[in-house]
Ligand binder design. Structure first.
Ligand SMILES: *[C@@H]1O[C@H](CO)[C@@H](O)[C@H](O)[C@H]1NC(C)=O
Ligand SMILES: [Fe+2]
Length: 442
């Protein structure tokens, strides 16, 4: 009775103090999954990821530890002209033992082509579409997904848009030590993640560290293997890949990033390989935002920003996508805390729909009170609603970004902007020497 009364009072207060015309929604319940018995060798949790140009990694799980790691595939349904033999892994976590986690790389594949495939020699047929060789390329972007009613609505919206690759800057399952929740997450995303590559990097919810027992990221690394070896990285926590004329760098907010770190060294090597004539667009993703005017997680990205922003600036990164803060925010081109025409556009898109809701506490959930005021000069648009982003790279100079709230129909764009590349602006040419010096520094 008393909590209800308090809630009503808080509701009233927060409704009266809300100035924005948009009233933010309540969190939705965690999804419950029916247990449906399947043969032990039945492929589950199928998802795909890019594994170098013209190659795709297919990942799935079987209860049966003797099930083969083969993928049969071809361009006509039911007729598989090729077979790829892969590898497998498994892990234990306290009282939990995972199924057999299979990773098989298929290819070479044609671009912009639909392939039909089957995992482990049985079960249903899946189909995937490979990304194009040339612009335009469209990315769907959503982070901090979890597995709630809101996650479902985010995924349903993404399913309605036409895109080539899904980008996820951290916080996938919100399993939070309960390992079977990684399995239910895998099942939840399978319809989308088995048909378009999902490129992910880690958030805090992937860590699952237990002092003296577990180092962290064990489940994430076993289940969501990304092309780190293909991109010269020694860790699944940071890597890069290319799609058409776009170089995408996935960084780790929860692994060392100082100048002496393996990640920093790898980043310098990776940047030195980028040819802006071949890939005019340079994107970077990581979990904890550097430009965030939300009170939630305020300042958490400062350490990484201090270590790495000048390097990304010298490299003329076009767009940075982050998650973690359960809200949406888009910046101007920025560097060193201020707007700067040669800096990156920073976008926080941590509003995928996890069980923590949009912010902490009822008042915060219902109002925009949790933003720093006044809005910093670099911040253009901010709102705490669930949604996803779409980034269409139209050609070598123009990209169109839009943000879509779950509360609206999918085609409605709540925020949109044309972004022109730094190659086009002259920044890349201007900073060529600076970049060389930074990359050559020991
Ligand atoms: C790139 O796309 C934009 C927007 O559609 C267009 O205005 C521009 O002319 C295009 N540039 C090239 C080089 O095709
Ligand atoms: Fe997070």
């Amino acid at each position: 009775m008393v909590p209800k009364l308090i809630l009503t009072v808080i509701l009233l207060i927060s409704v009266t103090v809300t100035t924005a015309d948009y009233l933010r929604p309540q969190p939705r319940e965690t999804l419950h999954f029916q247990w449906s018995p399947k043969p032990a060798s039945y492929p589950q949790q199928v998802h795909i990821s890019l594994a170098g140009d013209e190659y795709m990694r297919v990942t799935w799980v079987t209860d049966d530890q003797s099930s083969p790691s083969i993928v049969e595939y071809g361009t006509s349904p039911g007729r598989y002209s090729s077979v790829a033999q892969g590898e497998s892994t498994s892990y234990s976590y306290l009282f939990y033992s995972s199924g057999k986690i299979h990773h098989s790389v298929i290819g070479p594949l044609e671009h912009s082509t639909v392939y039909f495939y089957r995992c482990g020699g049985q079960g249903p047929e899946f189909q995937l579409k490979t990304p194009p060789a040339q612009f335009p390329v469209t990315f769907a972007v959503a982070a901090d997904l979890g597995q709630t009613g809101w996650t479902k609505s985010t995924l349903d919206h993404i399913d309605q848009c036409k895109y080539d690759v899904h980008l996820l800057p951290g916080d996938l399952s919100y399993a939070d030590y309960m390992q079977h929740r990684w399995d239910t997450f895998g099942e939840l995303v399978q319809p989308l993640a088995s048909s378009r590559p999902w490129m992910v990097t880690e958030g805090n919810h992937e860590q699952e560290t237990i002092p003296l027992l577990k180092d962290g990221f064990e489940s994430f690394n076993a289940r969501w293997k990304m092309p780190f070896e293909e991109s010269g990285s020694s860790s699944n926590l940071y890597y890069s890949f290319e799609v058409a004329g776009i170089h995408v760098i996935m960084l780790g907010s929860y692994t060392d990033y100082d100048e002496q770190s393996d990640q920093y060294r790898w980043l310098k090597v990776d940047l030195s390989k980028v040819d802006r004539k071949k890939t005019p667009w340079l994107l970077v993703l990581f979990h904890v935002p550097w430009y965030n005017s939300n009170k939630a997680h305020q300042g958490e990205g400062d350490g990484m920003m201090a270590a790495m922003e000048s390097l990304l600036y010298a490299a003329s990164v076009d767009i940075v996508l982050a998650g973690h803060v359960h809200a949406y925010e888009r910046s101007k081109r920025v560097n060193n805390g201020r707007s700067d025409p040669c800096g990156a556009v920073h976008i926080t898109i941590g509003d995928g729909g996890n069980r923590e809701g949009l912010a902490h506490g009822y008042v915060l959930i219902l109002t925009n009170l949790h933003y720093k005021e006044p809005q910093p000069e670099w911040s253009i648009f901010r709102e705490a609603s669930f949604g996803h982003g779409e980034l269409k790279i139209v050609n070598s100079t123009h990209a169109f970004w839009s943000w879509h709230r779950n509360d609206d129909d999918e085609p409605v764009r709540s925020d949109q902007v044309w972004i022109t590349s730094l190659v086009n602006s002259g920044c890349v040419a201007e900073k060529r020497h600076e970049l060389r010096n930074v990359l050559m520094a020991p």
